[in-house]
Design a protein around this ligand. Structure first.
Ligand code: SF4
Length: 671
C-alpha cells in the first residue's frame, strides 16, 4: 500500500487501533502489526488526520487562535518562536493541540512538578475530547522513581552511584534492562503510574520511563535533562527530529549558565581528602588545594581570568592540572568499592573535584570567569562560572526540529533573545485573555528607593502611600521589596511612625494583618499558609516579600489571595557584585550596550515575575502599584498583560497631587 508522505500537519498517520501507539512508514513496512498488541495497524489517510480544532477541548479565544497559528507556521515547520503570554492564557493546551497532529515527538521541558501534572492533565483532556490516544511519559529523577528501599531517598548523586553499583553487581531486584515496552501500560505515565506499574510488575520505574520515552508522543522532562549534555547522553534523550517546548522559559539563560558552571568547596575538598585516606593514598595534593582556598579567603570576592585561576591552582598543587587528573582518575573506582564494602553509598567527592578540573581545562575560556568568594554559609569557595547563556541554549535549539520558548514574563523579549543567542528567532507578545478593564496599574513617580534617596523621609512616604492604597484592596495584598534588609528597615520605620498599627499585639498595615516572608522554606510555608487563610477572610491580609525570593516565583496567589501587589523599588542586581560586573562586561564585549540592556532586563524580569503572582487564571485580576519613578522610565519593559486598559501615572507628594487631592482623588495623569 502506498502511504502519502509523513511529517507535516495534515498527513497520513499509522496507529494501533487498540493502544494508540504510532508507527513510522519504515516500521509499518517491516511489520504491519502492533509490536505491543499484535493488532493490525490502521493507516489513517491525511483527510482524516485531525487538526488542532478537533483536539482543542474549549472554544478558543481569538488570542489563542493567533498563538496556535503562529506555532503552526514556525515551530511545526522547524523554526524557533519566543512568546510571552500571560498566566491562564492556555499556552500548554494550545501548544499541544496544534503540535500533536504533526506526528513529531514532542519534548516538553518544565521546571516544577505542578507543571508536569498540568501538561499530563491537558493531554488527558485532549484525548477525551478527540477520542485520540496520545501517549506521554514523565522523565523524572531517581529520587522520585526509584523503588529500591536501599537507594530511594538518598541525595541524587549518591542514589545515582549506588544504583549504578547495584545494577553492575546484579543486586537490584527490579528489572532495569527493558527491551520491549511492557504490554497494557496506561497511555499517560506520570510519576504515580510509573511507580504503581513498576511495583506491580517488578520493573524499575526509572528505567521504565526512559524506555517508554522512545515510544510516547510526548516526553515531559525537567530542565536539566535538556540542558545538561551529560544527562542527555546518559538518558539517551536525543533532540533530533523532535519538537522542543521550553515552558516557563524566562530563566533558561540562568539555568543554562548554572549547568555549565561548577564550584570547588572546602567541604568537597575535605571529603575528597578523606576518601584518599580510605584507600590508603596520600591526600597531599587535595590538602594543598584546601590550604590555597583558606589563604585566599577574603571579605570581598575576587574575580580572576580562567588562565590565572588555572595558574594559581597549579601553583598550589605544585603540579599541572593534567598530571593531577591523570594521577587521580584511576582512584575513583577504588574509592567506590571501598565505600560499598563499608556499606556506604558509593559517592565519590574526588570524582566531583576531577569534574571541576576537567571543566576548567576543556571550557571556552573567553566565556568563563573564576571567582574566589564565600558561600551562603560563609565558607570560602572557588566558582568557575559560565558567562554565556548561548553556550547552553544554542546547541539544544539547533538540535531540535522546532522550538517554542514560552513564558508569562519574557519582556523585554528582544533583549532576552539576544542574551540567549536567538536574535533571529520569531518573537511575539500576545494580548491577555483576562478582562483587562479589571486589571489596573499605577506607577508612582513621587517615590524611589535608589540608594541615595533611601532616607527615613522617603521610607515614611512609601509607608503612608501603601497604607492609603491598601484600603482600596479588597482582600489579600503582597508587597515586594528589593532586599530582606530593606524590607525589615521599612517595617521597623513604619512601626515607629505609627503607619503599622498594633491590634491585640498583632501588626496591621492599611487595616490588614501583616505577615513577613519566612527565612527558610519551612518557616515560609507556615507563614504563607496563615497569610492565605487570612487574605480570603473578612478584612484580608498583607504579606511582605522579597523580589527573587521564595514568594516571587513558584508560589501562586490566585483570586482573593492577591488582589493588590505593591512593588517597592526596582530589583536591580547588586552593581557592586563582581560577577554582575563580569557579566555586563562580557555582554558589552559581544555587542556594545548589551551589558546595560541585560542589567535592566534582569531587573524587570524579576519585577514582572512578582506581578505574575497575582494573576493565575483566565478570570483572575489584580491591581498593581509600582512605587518607583524608574518604572515610568522603562515602562516598555513591563509585561503588557499587567498594565490593564490604562496605565495610571501619578506623583505622590507633589503639588500636582495636592491640587487633585482637593477633588478627592489621587493625582492621576493618564497616558
Ligand atoms: S535500578 Fe531502579 S529500582 Fe534499582 S536502584 Fe536503580 S533506580 Fe532504584
Amino acid at each position: 500500500m502506498m502511504i502519502p508522505c509523513m511529517g507535516t500537519a495534515m498527513t497520513s498517520s499509522i496507529k494501533c487501533p487498540q493502544c494508540g501507539r504510532s508507527y513510522s512508514i519504515d516500521e509499518y513496512e517491516e511489520d504491519k502489526f502492533c509490536r505491543e498488541c499484535n493488532k493490525l495497524l490502521e493507516v489513517i489517510p491525511s483527510s482524516k488526520v485531525k487538526g488542532w480544532r478537533d483536539l482543542f477541548p474549549y472554544d478558543p479565544y481569538p488570542q489563542q487562535v493567533e498563538f496556535i497559528e503562529d506555532v503552526q507556521r514556525t515551530v511545526a515547520k522547524g523554526g524557533v518562536l519566543l512568546t510571552e503570554a500571560c498566566n491562564g492564557f492556555g499556552k500548554t493546551i494550545s501548544t499541544l493541540s496544534c503540535l500533536l497532529p504533526t506526528k513529531k515527538q514532542i519534548i516538553y521541558a518544565t521546571r516544577t512538578h505542578e507543571q508536569v501534572r498540568q501538561v499530563l492533565l491537558e493531554l488527558k483532556s485532549i484525548n477525551e475530547k478527540s477520542g485520540e490516544k496520545y501517549s506521554a511519559v514523565n522523565l523524572a529523577s531517581r529520587n522520585f522513581l526509584c523503588i529500591n528501599p536501599d537507594c530511594r531517598g538518598l541525595p541524587n548523586n549518591e542514589a545515582q552511584e549506588l544504583c549504578h553499583t547495584l545494577r553492575k553487581d546484579d543486586e537490584c531486584p527490579f528489572v532495569h534492562e527493558i527491551d520491549k515496552p511492557p504490554k497494557r501500560l496506561p497511555i499517560i505515565l506520570g510519576r504515580k503510574e510509573l511507580v504503581d506499574e513498576g511495583r506491580r510488575r517488578k520493573i524499575c520505574p526509572y528505567f521504565l520511563s526512559r524506555r517508554m520515552a522512545q515510544e510516547t508522543d510526548v516526553i515531559v522532562a525537567p530542565y536539566p535533562y535538556i540542558f545538561n549534555p551529560m544527562i542527555r547522553l546518559m538518558t539517551g534523550l536525543d533532540l533530533e527530529k523532535k519538537i522542543l517546548i521550553l515552558d516557563e522559559g524566562h530563566n533558561i539563560d540562568q539555568v543554562g549558565q548554572e549547568i555549565l558552571s561548577d564550584t570547588l568547596t572546602e567541604r568537597g575538598l575535605s571529603a575528597a581528602a578523606e576518601e584518599m585516606k580510605l584507600i590508603r593514598k596520600s591526600p597531599r595534593y587535595i590538602n594543598r588545594l584546601g590550604e590555597h582556598l583558606l589563604r585566599n579567603d577574603r571579605d570581598k570576592p575576587r574575580l580572576v581570568k580562567p588562565r590565572v585561576l588555572e595558574e594559581e591552582l597549579e601553583k598550589a598543587l605544585k603540579t599541572d592540572i593534567h598530571t593531577f587528573i591523570e594521577g587521580h582518575a584511576p582512584l575513583v573506582d577504588a574509592i567506590r568499592s571501598m565505600k560499598i564494602q563499608n556499606r556506604n553509598p558509593p559517592v565519590s567527592y574526588l570524582n566531583g573535584l576531577l569534574g571541576f578540573f576537567e571543566l576548567l581545562q576543556t571550557s571556552q575560556k573567553s566565556k568563563y570567569v573564576g571567582l574566589y568568594k564565600r558561600n551562603y554559609y560563609g565558607a570560602p569557595v572557588i566558582e568557575y562560572r559560565c558567562l554565556d547563556p548561548s553556550l547552553a541554549v544554542e546547541p539544544v535549539v539547533n538540535s531540535a526540529d522546532g522550538v517554542l520558548i514560552m513564558s508569562g514574563t519574557l519582556s523585554p523579549i528582544d533583549t532576552f533573545a539576544e542574551i540567549i543567542g536567538q536574535e533571529k528567532a520569531e518573537k511575539k507578545v500576545y494580548d491577555p485573555i483576562q478582562k483587562s478593564e479589571k486589571i489596573k496599574m499605577t506607577i508612582d513617580t513621587g517615590i524611589t528607593s535608589t540608594y541615595k534617596e533611601r532616607t527615613e523621609q522617603m521610607i515614611t512616604k512609601m509607608g503612608r502611600t501603601i497604607s492609603d492604597d491598601m484600603e482600596k484592596v479588597s482582600q489579600g495584598a503582597l508587597i515586594f521589596f528589593t532586599q530582606r534588609g530593606f524590607m525589615n528597615k521599612c517595617i521597623d520605620t513604619w512601626t515607629r511612625k505609627g503607619i503599622i498599627k498594633s491590634r491585640t499585639g498583632l501588626p496591621y498595615l492599611g487595616g490588614k494583618q501583616l505577615y513577613r516572608e519566612g527565612r527558610d522554606a519551612n518557616q515560609n510555608r507556615d507563614v504563607v499558609t496563615r497569610y492565605k487563610r487570612m487574605a480570603v477572610s473578612i478584612g484580608g491580609a498583607v504579606l511582605c516579600c522579597v523580589f527573587r525570593g521564595r514568594n516571587s516565583e513558584g508560589s501562586n496567589f490566585p483570586g482573593d489571595q492577591a488582589r493588590g501587589i505593591f512593588l517597592v523599588g526596582v530589583p536591580y542586581a547588586n552593581f557592586g557584585d563582581p560577577l554582575v560586573k563580569a557579566q555586563m562586561s562580557f555582554f558589552d564585549k559581544q555587542k556594545r550596550g548589551l551589558g546595560n540592556k541585560w542589567y535592566t532586563m534582569d531587573a524587570f524580569r524579576a519585577a514582572n515575575q512578582s506581578l505574575g503572582r497575582g494573576i493565575r487564571g483566565r478570570d483572575d485580576w489584580c491591581h498593581y502599584w509600582m512605587l518607583d519613578r524608574r518604572y515610568k522610565e522603562h515602562k516598555s519593559l513591563i509585561s503588557k498583560w499587567a498594565m490593564g486598559e490604562k496605565l495610571i501615572i501619578r506623583r505622590t507628594g507633589s503639588k500636582t497631587q495636592s491640587t487633585f487631592k482637593r477633588f478627592k482623588d489621587d493625582a492621576i495623569i493618564e497616558l
